[in-house]
Design a protein around this ligand. Structure first.
Ligand code: PBG
Length: 323
């Protein structure tokens, strides 16, 4: 009670504030999403993500060296696939010499201890831009899951450390885990996009990979953002099915979900601060309306405060240089 208690006492100097601070950021918190394209010496800026690039394999190597020198320990790979290689079943995703498989090997040759996480999904490979096989306008669940499990095996063969299925089909974690066990990849970890909402914040990412759905939307598989309880069931089921890390996506608007999971599941929780969140801050900063660095750090800390152990974010490299 005032004046016995004065909350301002411990805020009185920078040193005091540092001593009592509950959360901080280190390079170990971050996962860097990377967009890979075919070709040589290619560094294409993504128009809706200023300052973020698609890289060809040679420049990916350079990027990995930089990230490793900053003590960043994990990257999450996405590939941009030329239209001629796309089909309904995402056949190219299984090509042992495909862009993803080459990127994994390339990184492991460059920085063997860098944790390589891979997006396991059909949409960048799908002629329909959907995360599943399409039949008469419907996204087929079980047929898709069977393909996803083979993609995971293919990434394991190429040397990935963690597969990250981002599709939201039912039962995909179980199938992937079973196939990994059958193929003696029992050490392969699965980071599941467990609570992935049907969000309008993915727009810039779909520009980056040219992967927008050709018809309809993703609401029959991604979650309704009006709902909270099903996030918990999704995460619990994924852990039962063999997931090692569960993810909540998008980030800032879903801190309540991160906290819910923190309180009820034991697995590490990852937050994905998505492309639209990156673009919003970039745009506001370009206009001179917000202090880019300060707002970035404030947002990233909020993920830690909510309960995330890991943060996938397009700000990772810049943030690590600031901390
Ligand atoms: C696709 C996938 C998406 C993102 C990650 N994996 C887009 C989508 O579901 O349409 C979005 C990431 C971002 O916006 O940064 N499987």
């Amino acid at each position: 009670m005032y004046p016995l208690q004065r909350n301002r006492r411990l805020r009185n100097s920078k040193s005091l504030r540092a001593l009592v601070q509950e959360h901080s950021l280190t390079p170990n918190d971050f996962i860097v999403p990377l967009f890979v394209v075919e070709g040589k010496n290619i560094k294409e800026e993504i128009p809706s993500m200023p300052g973020y690039y698609r890289l060809s394999l040679d420049l990916l190597k350079e990027k990995i060296k930089t990230l490793w020198s900053l003590e960043i320990k994990a990257v999450l790979l996405f590939v941009k696939v030329p239209d001629i290689l796309k089909d309904n079943k995402g056949t190219e995703a299984l090509n042992p010499k495909g862009l993803m498989q080459c990127a994994i090997q390339n990184i492991k040759d460059t920085a063997p201890e860098m944790i390589v996480m891979t997006d396991v999904a059909l949409d960048p490979y799908s002629s329909f831009g959907h995360d599943g096989v399409v039949k008469e306008g419907e996204i087929l669940n079980d047929q898709t899951v069977a393909i996803l499990a083979e993609i995971a095996i293919s990434h394991a063969q190429a040397g990935a450390d963690i597969v990250a299925p981002s599709d939201m089909m039912d039962g995909r974690i179980l199938k992937i885990r079973q196939r990994l066990e059958e193929n003696n990849y029992s050490n392969m970890a699965i980071m599941s996009y467990s609570a992935k909402y049907a969000s309008s914040l993915y727009g810039p990412f779909r520009d980056a990979l040219d992967s927008s759905p050709g018809f309809g939307d993703k609401k029959t598989y991604q979650m309704d953002f009006r709902n909270r309880k099903e996030a918990l069931t999704e995460a619990q089921r994924d852990i039962e099915e063999g997931a090692d890390i569960v993810m909540v996506k998008p980030g800032l608007a879903y801190l309540d979900i991160i906290r819910d999971l923190k309180e009820s599941v034991d697995a590490p929780i990852a937050a994905y601060q998505v492309s639209g969140e990156y673009s919003m801050l970039k745009a506001a900063a370009e206009k001179g309306w917000l202090d880019y660095d300060q707002v970035m750090i404030e947002q990233l800390i909020s993920f830690k405060r909510a309960g995330a152990e890991l943060i996938a974010t397009y700000f990772a490299e810049e943030a690590v240089k600031l901390i």
